[in-house]
Write a protein that binds this ligand. Sequence first.
Ligand SMILES: *[C@@H]1O[C@H](CO)[C@@H](O)[C@H](O)[C@H]1NC(C)=O
Ligand SMILES: *[C@@H]1O[C@H](CO)[C@@H](O)[C@H](O)[C@H]1NC(C)=O
Ligand SMILES: *[C@@H]1O[C@H](CO)[C@@H](O)[C@H](O)[C@H]1NC(C)=O
Length: 203
Amino acid sequence: MRGLLRIFALLSGAVAQTQLNTSEVSIMGASYSGNGCPRGTVSTSFSSDRMIITLSFDAVHPFIGPGATRSDSAKNCVVHLQVKYPSGWQFVINGTRWHGLFTLADGIRAQLYTLFELVSRDTQVINVPTVTLNGTADVSGQLFNADLPVLDELRSGCGSDTILVHDRWSLSGTKENVYQEEWMAGDTPLIQQLELKWKECKR
Ligand SMILES: *[C@@H]1O[C@H](CO)[C@@H](O)[C@H](O)[C@H]1NC(C)=O
Ligand SMILES: *[C@@H]1O[C@H](CO)[C@@H](O)[C@H](O)[C@H]1NC(C)=O
Ligand SMILES: *[C@@H]1O[C@H](CO)[C@@H](O)[C@H](O)[C@H]1NC(C)=O
């Protein structure tokens, strides 16, 4: 009986733990630049539980082949996100996820590179390992959905209530002697999701 009571006390203790007040978490501002994100083509949103930031890039159209310049074949963007959160809390970026539609004709190889920075007194940078997307003949309309674990944890500070997140990516395709072709589906946005994990600061 005593044991049961103790278990009950432990359980109710866990329930009583403070919850993140999601209405105090928001994206205060977003700016971006790069040839993969012309003005007016990026949207940002938070999931209602504030665990996922979704970035939608609506104008990423890389193509390769004769006449294609470096700027045609390689697209990039830097996004600066100002995230507001309540004091007494911090978040960790523990993953990123990409969604997009692409057609990689025989032998075209595309690479996606991602880097994050949390800008504060001690700026932390993380390089997500580059993903190589391999195409084979007649692969069309395939979804790519790279779940990239971030190796070390990027942690926001406990003392501040806003932080700047820099999110930089580049996407490029290469193949020798090929006719010029687009390989991203034109009408589908490239979507990136940042997975956040919230923690209460230790007092
Ligand atoms: C959450 O934050 C909002 C805005 O600051 C506030 O109005 C509300 O009372 C808070 N809710 C709780 C449960 O603390
Ligand atoms: C991030 O943390 C959440 C919650 O702990 C977990 O479900 C998810 O798998 C983690 N993501 C990565 C990439 O580690
Ligand atoms: C693509 O090929 C490279 C080299 O062969 C390999 O390292 C990589 O894991 C492949 N990527 C995918 C998504 O299969």
